[in-house]
Design a protein around this ligand. Structure first.
Ligand SMILES: NC(=O)c1ccc[n+]([C@@H]2O[C@H](COP(=O)([O-])OP(=O)(O)OC[C@H]3O[C@@H](n4cnc5c(N)ncnc54)[C@H](OP(=O)(O)O)[C@@H]3O)[C@@H](O)[C@H]2O)c1
Length: 331
């Protein structure tokens, strides 16, 4: 059936400025790391992308290696873009990345110009796009000069294959160095992508300060800790959940009784706020004004709907924040 987006799609979500750039990103963005590979249902993937767009989610995040198999999430997304969203390309921000293992040999991984430029060309082909909006160095590479990796991002932008440059999982010091090089090259660093959630607070070790100082936007990934910060695992491991899937990055053994104790306590606070735990976890990362957008994953339309409804209440009292910290600090 021909897809027609809902007309009020831009009234449901907040759009935040990405650092000091001209780009606005939705407070919640959708990533295609899981659930969009060749192994997953294409119909469900399509339904989720179109529902996300209807909910005002304009930003879709990919990487060369998302699948499985690697590359297949970009193919799935390209198919949906072509069939349903080609008329709306200018309303959509697509990002992709290179820097993790993608093909055999010395050029299929890490941060060389050879890897980044070749990988971006492959990604564009898989998605059937002329350009992506954001191209990332997916991780720092201690053995490639930072000038070379940043030079590759700058080249991609100059060639018109990407509109903006981004980096992911760089330390605060590496971020400051990368920002300096990119500024000098004339392609400012738009955005930094970093894991951040109530369960993983690395971002607070100076990165947010650096991003604020440099005027770089912050997109935080795994804000739900891959589903741990939701009601998904409160009563065991459901069959269709990420932790139950063989190729997933969330392992059954990570769901310990000690962790569940914390999750249950957090769930109680969320209930008092009249939110689900997922909603409170998203509100928690968005409480910091330097965080531009929370980059979620989803396996069902209902999860997207619930997560967008978070934006009705993203404020915390000092007491709530203290209670959350206390739960998280418990050994
Ligand atoms: N730059 C990097 O190195 C990097 C690394 C990792 C991820 N990322 C990006 O970040 C994106 C998000 O990562 P993520 O998928 O791990 O994020 P996440 O939002 O922490 O976890 C998503 C999972 O949580 C569960 N979920 C979501 N909403 C829910 C709700 N309302 N109630 C119950 N469960 C809910 C679903 O699990 P079930 O599938 O079990 O239903 C879903 O698959 C990725 O797609 C990717 O774009 C980037």
């Amino acid at each position: 059936m021909t897809y027609k987006p809902v007309e009020n799609r831009y009234n449901q979500i907040k759009y935040n400025r990405c650092g000091e750039s001209g780009l606005l990103l939705p407070a919640i963005s959708l990533g295609l790391w899981h659930n969009f590979g060749e192994v997953d249902s294409f119909d469900t993937a399509r339904d989720m992308i179109l529902k996300a767009f209807d909910l005002g989610i304009t930003h879709f995040d990919l990487a060369n290696n998302y699948g499985p198999p690697p590359g297949s999430a970009e193919k799935t997304f390209g198919k949906i873009l072509k069939a349903d969203l080609s008329a709306y390309r200018d309303e959509i921000i697509v990002s992709t990345k290179a820097g993790y293992l993608m093909w055999p040999g010395p050029y299929g991984d890490w941060g060389s110009k050879k890897h980044l430029i070749a990988s971006l060309d492959q990604s564009l082909k898989r998605m059937g796009l002329d350009y992506v909006d954001i191209f990332y160095s997916h991780r720092p590479d201690g053995e490639t000069p930072l000038e070379e990796t940043m030079g590759a991002l700058d080249q991609a932008v100059r060639q018109g294959k990407a509109l903006y440059a981004g980096i992911s999982s760089y330390t605060p010091e590496q971020t400051a160095d990368a920002a300096k090089i990119l500024k000098r090259l004339g392609t400012p660093c738009l955005i930094h992508q970093q894991k951040y959630s109530m369960l993983y607070r690395n971002c607070e070790n100076g990165l947010l300060e650096t991003l604020g100082k440099e005027g770089i936007g912050c997109i935080v990934f795994c804000p739900l800790a891959q589903g741990l910060l939701t009601d998904r695992y409160l009563n065991g491991i459901p069959e269709n959940s990420r932790a139950a899937k063989p190729q997933s990055f969330l392992k059954r053994e990570q769901i310990t009784e000690e962790l569940l104790k914390k999750i249950r306590a957090l769930n109680t606070i969320a209930a008092k706020r009249e939110q689900s735990l997922a909603q409170m976890a998203l509100a928690w990362v968005l409480r910091d004004s330097r965080v531009t957008t929370a980059l979620i994953g989803a396996s069902k339309i209902e999860q997207l709907e619930q997560n967008i409804a978070t934006l009705k209440n993203t404020k915390f009292t000092t007491d709530e924040l203290k209670q959350i910290d206390k739960i998280l600090e418990q050994g």
